[in-house]
Design a protein around this ligand. Structure first.
Ligand SMILES: [Zn+2]
Ligand SMILES: [Zn+2]
Length: 146
């Protein structure tokens, strides 16, 4: 089944062909800043399964490893939508809070727990202190991080 989503104002819409897409909670400071919240939830999507209409703006962020992370957001309403890594063009991280129906969402891991806000506890999720490696999980981060 196709999952659909978009930004707050509706100028940008997207579809994900694979609804079995895994997701990860990210507690990194950059996700906290960008979301204005305590963490982001990223769907880990194959680029081939993702289509977007509308033209987002882009902020070029830097990962912990020094690689670029392209954070795309709506230039009209500011909603964060996706992150892409030029080093991993086959994967894209979709900000799951922008799904039209997030009720089926069930993150399977949390990363960057070293910078998680101290009042927050998600005890049912496997935890990675910082950037996950493929050894931590089969859910290797799609953006090379963040
Ligand atoms: Zn918008
Ligand atoms: Zn992050």
């Amino acid at each position: 089944m196709v999952m659909k989503g978009g930004c707050l104002c509706g100028a940008i819409r997207y579809e994900i062909a694979d609804d079995a897409t895994p997701s990860a909670v990210c507690h990194c400071r950059n996700c906290q800043k960008q979301s204005g919240a305590s963490f982001s939830i990223n769907l880990l999507v194959s680029t081939a399964d993702f289509t977007m209409s509308g033209t987002p703006r882009r902020f070029i962020d830097t990962s912990d490893r020094g690689t670029e992370v392209h954070r795309e957001f709506c230039g009209q309403c500011g909603s964060p939508l996706v992150s892409r890594s030029p080093a991993r063009l086959d994967r894209i991280a979709v900000k799951a809070g922008t799904l039209d129906d997030p009720s089926g969402l069930k993150p399977s891991i949390q990363v960057w727990c070293d910078s998680a806000q101290p009042w927050l506890s998600l005890p049912d999720l496997p935890s990675v202190a910082r950037q996950p490696t493929p050894a931590d999980t089969s859910l290797a981060s799609p953006t090379g991080d963040r």
